[in-house]
Design a protein around this ligand. Structure first.
Ligand SMILES: *Cc1c(COP(=O)(O)O)cnc(C)c1O
Length: 429
């Protein structure tokens, strides 16, 4: 493949944008290459500015679950745009959105819309602190909750990939209220509660992790966290920005049958436009301004275009018969093919998958259940694998520590082509 235009554009971008990109995970740094610049996308496919075609497993890092440029979503956006793009006053679409969310996730009785996953988690944490009157909270190594200061302690995603778990600019004062535990280690969390119980406002986690690669929780781990938070009067926050509508209509909370106090949403909820949301029961959410004293606001929150795109996407998920069953079948087909490839080529690896989230870790370990396990992966090997796939027209997330997403509109032929390309890539390793 020829990448001339992308290489030129990357050079140009670096003169005016930090590192040439507006979000670090896009820069291909951890896979040893230069990013391709995208010209357009449709369904499961993307094209770069040199005209190369890809089957896309990044899905804009999660949002594009129904595929790119779906006609129903495009129609909703254009129709909304004709009527003006922002008013700074209430619209009916916002209530429609809140009701649609509540229908799919009954635990979110009252919902506040924001503009990104980052805003959702940082606001949820403020709310939890305001509600409990406590300062500390527990997060897990390798989980990513957006880039607000409090969460940039042992964070996943781009922060993990770049080896910057603690970012300069985050103060010691902020960091000291962030307690970090190990994922799937309930005993560690129990000990923290024994020590700091009366100071802990919340436990926040990705109920299935995507941001250190896919890591699956033990059922007892989630149940244990629910029990501990209840016992100590702390709130349980599910960061479902990634898992939200992906694992089931009701997200991970439905999939695992556990009800959190606060849920954070993002990605899919905007249908490709910038949206986030957080919500929970009335007695907690009514602490928010203007109903209550905890302040949080947003000029573009509940933006009419974003509501239209998000609502159209959620309706497709909600109203398409067997949406998640079909997605599960397609995803299982990919998983089985990749497993067969590992067997055939003799490469050591762990494949973690829940629904349409999947990661192949190149590690000798038997399983990957924590950040420590994920870190044993051979990132150089992953880089080679990634570059070979890219050259064959398969666009995987450019990092060992990210989830690949299977879009609903992908065909079995495309999945089989992906498996064949993966086999070729593994043979070259
Ligand atoms: C992407 C992500 C975020 C941050 O969302 P942004 O919209 O990028 O701010 C937070 N939490 C999780 C689990 C995510 O995957």
């Amino acid at each position: 493949m020829n990448y001339t235009q992308s290489i030129n554009e990357f050079e140009r971008a670096k003169n005016s944008i930090p590192g040439g990109v507006n979000s670090p995970a896009r820069a291909f740094r951890s896979v040893g290459g230069k990013p391709v610049f995208i010209a357009k996308a449709k369904g499961s496919r993307m094209w770069d500015i040199d005209g190369n075609e890809y089957i896309d497993y990044v899905s804009s890092w999660g949002p594009m679950i129904v595929g790119h440029a779906d006609e129903r979503v495009i129609h909703a956006i254009t129709e909304a745009a004709q009527k003006g793009t922002s008013y700074g006053a209430p619209t009916v679409g916002e209530t429609d959105m809140a009701e649609q969310i509540k229908k799919m996730k009954p635990s979110m009785d009252i919902v506040r819309m924001v503009n990104s996953g980052t805003e959702a988690t940082m606001s949820a944490l403020r709310l939890a602190r305001g509600f409990t009157g406590r300062d500390k909270f527990i997060k897990f190594e390798g989980c990513y909750h957006g880039h607000a200061d409090s969460f940039l302690i042992k964070a996943g995603s781009g922060a993990l990939t770049l080896g910057l778990p603690d970012s300069p600019g985050v103060t010691k004062g902020t960091a000291q209220d962030t307690l970090t535990a190990k994922y799937n280690d309930l005993e560690g969390v129990a000990q923290m509660f024994e020590r700091f119980g009366s100071e802990i406002a919340a436990v926040i986690l990705e109920p299935v992790v995507g941001n250190m690669g896919v890591v699956i929780p033990d059922q007892e781990f989630l149940e244990g966290l629910r029990g501990l938070t209840q016992k100590y009067g702390a709130l349980l926050i599910f960061d479902e920005v990634m898992t939200g509508f992906r694992l089931a209509k009701g997200g991970a909370q439905e999939y695992f049958g556990i009800t959190p106090d606060i849920t954070c949403l993002g990605k899919i909820i905007g249908g490709g436009l910038p949206v986030g949301a957080y919500g929970g029961p009335k007695h907690i959410m009514e602490k928010l301004a203007p109903a209550g004293p905890v302040y949080q606001a947003g000029t573009l929150s509940g933006n009419p275009l974003a509501m239209a795109a998000g609502l159209a996407t959620l309706k497709i998920i909600d109203e398409t018969a067997g949406f998640h069953t079909t997605l599960e079948e397609k995803s299982a087909r990919l998983e089985n093919g990749l497993r067969e490839n590992l067997k055939q080529t003799g490469h050591k690896g762990v494949i973690n998958r829940v629904g349409s989230m999947i990661t192949l870790f190149f590690t000798d370990r038997e399983q990957v259940k924590s950040f420590d396990d994920a870190c044993t992966s051979d990132t150089e090997k992953f880089g080679k694998y990634f570059r070979s796939l890219l050259a064959q027209g398969i666009y995987m997330p450019p990092s060992q520590f990210e989830a690949a997403f299977i879009p609903a509109c992908i065909s079995n032929e495309e999945i089989d082509k992906t498996i064949e390309s993966s086999l070729r890539a593994m043979k070259e390793l």
